[in-house]
Design a protein around this ligand. Structure first.
Ligand SMILES: *[C@@H]1O[C@H](CO)[C@@H](O)[C@H](O)[C@H]1NC(C)=O
Ligand SMILES: *[C@@H]1O[C@H](CO)[C@@H](O)[C@H](O)[C@H]1NC(C)=O
Ligand SMILES: *[C@@H]1O[C@H](CO)[C@@H](O)[C@H](O)[C@H]1NC(C)=O
Ligand SMILES: *[C@@H]1O[C@H](CO)[C@@H](O)[C@H](O)[C@H]1NC(C)=O
Ligand SMILES: *[C@@H]1O[C@H](CO)[C@@H](O)[C@H](O)[C@H]1NC(C)=O
Ligand SMILES: *[C@@H]1O[C@H](CO)[C@@H](O)[C@H](O)[C@H]1NC(C)=O
Ligand SMILES: *[C@@H]1O[C@H](CO)[C@@H](O)[C@H](O)[C@H]1NC(C)=O
Ligand SMILES: CC(=O)N[C@H]1CO[C@H](CO)[C@@H](O)[C@@H]1O
Length: 344
């Protein structure tokens, strides 16, 4: 009995020790390695040499590429950030010849889109393995790739990867995977029927207005601030003069503000509780008008018509602007056409 208690105490002590090591390391920016003893799951392994652990590795039974190291990414933020992290993972796995695996934090994304990447909750153990943390200030794809290549073990990424160059090598794959599941598409068509916007002749323009969490002085200074009202008015007038039969569909986290400031008899306000449904509604419009925010970025990227963005977003020479070296918006291509509109 006493011995059993002692073992339990030692166990708890080790756990706390690991926990503290793990958490204190999160704040560091450089490479860190953790080794973690697992005994009861054959799928996980530790490489040892003369009894010393040399690396922690997950051996995947299902993948026939067991000799390729795994890449995974922590899940942070909401839908838009989850999409960045997923596409960053796929692109970086491609560039570093690794097997991408998702932790169970990605279930929400997998419920919205049909992802090719396997979710495996056991991947959480990689927290205990090697971790590579994206440097906050610069989004440097080449350096990230080199850093990952320099590690032979499995790697868990931590970061937001809000930069399209992270997934440029797999753009087509991302486009294919980020198609809404049938159940969401059905909700979209139910919505359009409910608000009587099924007329094929009608040019539908989605407007995403994000305000509530972007309005602090710090965020505005950093280049994140919400676009001014006049931007939305000008953007709407751009479409009103371009097409005869245009109707706007507004999705916003501040629908009260939107109703007060965005006026006209050619507007429908969507009041859904589901971010994914809002995104699907906006993307299925012919064209979109977007705000700041990762959610808006993805709406603009996924919509295959014209994407109108605020000309001063991100603010010139701001933190956000510098972070992507002025390349926050991807170039126009087969699917994307960006038009910038100002307040004047
Ligand atoms: C294993 O660890 C012991 C004790 O830390 C050390 O003396 C020994 O050199 C290590 N062996 C290898 C192969 O690293
Ligand atoms: C994987 O590694 C094992 C042990 O290192 C080796 O025996 C096996 O041939 C390798 N498999 C492939 C496909 O390279
Ligand atoms: C990377 O992506 C390209 C384009 O999809 C593909 O042809 C290639 O096989 C991928 N490489 C790896 C290592 O996944
Ligand atoms: C990767 O490893 C090489 C060779 O050891 C080294 O020269 C280089 O600086 C490393 N790169 C990074 C980004 O740490
Ligand atoms: C639905 O919209 C069409 C125009 O697209 C209009 O003619 C019709 O009256 C509307 N129906 C209802 C019930 O509002
Ligand atoms: C962004 O870069 C410019 C030019 O290098 C610099 O003047 C400016 O201070 C930078 N902005 C921030 C927020 O670091
Ligand atoms: C896309 O094309 C438009 C012209 O139609 C141009 O004004 C805009 O700068 C281009 N956007 C990008 C990101 O290159
Ligand atoms: C795309 C982007 O950078 N959006 C930012 C808008 O502002 C919010 C709140 O500050 C940020 O979290 C987003 O990253």
């Amino acid at each position: 009995m006493e011995i059993k208690k002692l073992f339990i105490l030692i166990g708890i002590g080790c756990f706390i020790g690991l926990f503290i090591t793990y958490n204190s390391a999160i704040v560091q920016v450089s490479l860190k390695k953790w080794y973690y003893q697992l005994s009861d799951n054959a799928d996980f392994g530790l490489d040892t040499q003369d009894g010393n652990i040399t690396s922690a590795r997950i051996r995947h039974k299902t993948a026939n590429n067991n000799n390729r190291s795994i890449l995974s990414v922590l899940r942070q933020g909401r839908l838009g950030n989850g999409m960045w992290q997923y596409s960053g993972l796929l692109g970086l796995a491609n560039m570093t010849n690794r097997v991408p695996i998702l932790n169970s934090g990605y279930r929400d994304i997998a419920q919205i889109f049909t992802l090719s990447t396997q979710i495996d909750s056991r991947i959480n153990i990689l927290k205990a393995s090697t971790r590579y943390e994206q440097r906050q200030l610069f989004i440097n794809v080449e350096e990230t790739v080199e850093n990952i290549r320099n590690i032979s073990e499995d790697v868990t990424l931590k970061g937001y990867f809000q930069y399209f160059r992270f997934f440029s090598s797999v753009t087509e794959t991302i486009r294919k995977e980020f198609q809404f599941r049938t159940i969401i598409k059905q909700q979209v068509s139910t919505f359009f029927k409910k608000v009587n916007l099924t007329d094929e002749q009608l040019i539908k323009v989605g407007i995403h207005i994000r305000r509530t969490d972007l309005n602090t002085p710090r965020q505005i200074k950093q280049g994140f601030g919400p676009p001014p009202t006049n931007y939305f008015i000008n953007a709407m007038n751009f479409f009103r003069s371009k097409f005869r039969n245009v109707h706007f569909v507004v999705c916003s986290d501040d629908i009260k503000w939107a109703r007060e400031h965005i006026v006209g008899d050619d507007i429908t306000f969507a009041t859904n509780d589901l971010a994914a449904l809002d995104m699907a509604i906006l993307v299925s419009c012919d064209h979109v008008i977007i705000s700041n925010g990762t959610f808006s970025w993805w709406v603009g990227w996924l919509c295959t018509g014209i994407t109108v963005k605020y000309k001063r977003m991100p603010k010139y020479n701001s933190y956000l602007y510098n972070m992507t070296r002025g390349e926050y918006w991807p170039p126009n291509d087969t699917y994307n056409h960006y038009i910038s509109i100002d307040t004047i």
